[in-house]
Design a protein around this ligand. Sequence first.
Ligand code: HEM
Length: 133
Amino acid sequence: MSAKSFRNVVEESASVVTDENASLYDQLGGDPKMKLFIDYFLDGIMADQELACYHQKFKDPHQMEILKFKLLNFFKWKLDGAPFYIGTPMYEAHKNLGITDEVFDAASAVFTSQLRRIKPKMKVFREFVQRVG
Ligand code: HEM
């Protein structure tokens, strides 16, 4: 088994908090599950020719690492796992990139299909999609 797939097995089995009072972030499985999802999400984005072309600079592994770090913090905040996000608001970050509705829809489809792969509870899945969308 490769190091990457071994890590995925470990992270897929990361403990998901079942307490309904826990934050949605912890109910998803916290940092380990979120990191796994972000890996899947960005693999999906970079595998799509149209989406990848907007992400040229993220072919540099260091830039990709920074983006993943920002996404982790952004999603953590969205799911009540952090009190704030200190990065650029979504609208600001994307407003000058010329993203059409079709391209945004394609990215959203990658988001939901990759999110299903980490098998979140239905409530967590719905809230996550709604809060990010
Ligand atoms: C599910 C939809 C999306 C989410 C959740 C998302 C999220 C984010 C976040 C959190 C950042 C970092 C913002 C910061 O600097 O603090 C970012 C940056 C970026 N996003 Fe997205 N994004 C989405 C869709 C897209 C789409 C559709 C494109 C283009 C096809 C795109 C291209 C980019 C690029 C190029 C950056 C880097 C901007 C920069 O460094 O100045 N994103 N995105």
